[in-house]
Design a binder for this molecule. Sequence first.
Ligand SMILES: Nc1ncnc2c1ncn2[C@@H]1O[C@H](COP(=O)(O)OP(=O)(O)OP(=O)(O)O)[C@@H](O)[C@H]1O
Length: 327
Amino acid sequence: MRKLYFIINPQAKNGQCQKLWLQIEQQLCERNVSYFAFFTKYRGNAREIAESLSKKSDGDEIIITAVGGDGTLHEVINGIVGHPNVLVAYIPGGSGNDFSRGFSVPKNPLEALDVLLRLKAKNPLAIDVGKITNQEQNQTYFINNMGVGFDALISKKANCSKVKGWLNRMSLGRLVYVYILLREMFTYECREVTLTIDGEPYQFDSTWFVTVSNQPFYGGGMKISPNASPTDGVLDVTVVHKLSKIKLLLVFITVFWGGHITFKEVRTLRGKQISIQSSQPLDCHADGEHIGQTPLKIQACKHVLPCVIRGIHSVEELKELSLSDRH
Ligand SMILES: Nc1ncnc2c1ncn2[C@@H]1O[C@H](COP(=O)(O)OP(=O)(O)OP(=O)(O)O)[C@@H](O)[C@H]1O
């Protein structure tokens, strides 16, 4: 029997995740499930806890469930990659929860728990992750996506924005990205970016941002990379460049249903080995967490993460699902 661990970020969704955990705990008690729970105390602590549990598992199969937002899951994954006996699960308790969109995890946390309890003894689904290596050879893994440029600036500002707290109280937390985009776009300076994808060089002038995706959704429900699949061993690249500020707004609206990829200023590419360089150092994020600046190398790691999830929507299914259908 796999031991079940929960790592809970009580601060996710501005503290609402703590209340959510009480409901989960009640369900676990009512259903007589044995488990171990750990609360994060600071940023980075979920990674430390996950790493320590993985090392202590001594090769036994265990399940580590992140309870929080995409940032908490990102940390847990970075603590367990390299331990193939450690399975990951997720209960959405954050403001964005893009992982649940892309990986068929129910939006309702109690339903997500139900799925976890039903699948915990079954075979996991091995999914891909992306590995980022910076100039100092430090490595960070991402499960949803990473980005460079304007979107990294937005996620950095969103994570420390007071407005996020106010919006979260009205259950509108994901609108923080819209608010910050509108605030920052008038002063942002686009830069020249050079990509190398599987040995092929690409040069982009006046680039707003580059994202590298393992699954379609980011930024709280934007379908930035509609064709990305987390099981194909390939990462999907989206470059937005040479776009006026007014047209950026138009492209931004269409990203919610994936329509942006039809614009000539939006280039989509795919690959397994990607490097990103820029004329000046640009901010980078991984799963919405700020991780430093360019230059970076990114590698697709195929089927390295065993997950306790129901399954993944096919690209065709995702195309049919509108944002409102899903969340
Ligand atoms: N106990 C804690 N106190 C303060 N910050 C924490 C704590 N535990 C985790 N964090 C940090 O909180 C940040 C946000 O967490 P998380 O992403 O889980 O929630 P969220 O922002 O509400 O959701 P989402 O990312 O889905 O929008 C992460 O950077 C994480 O490292």
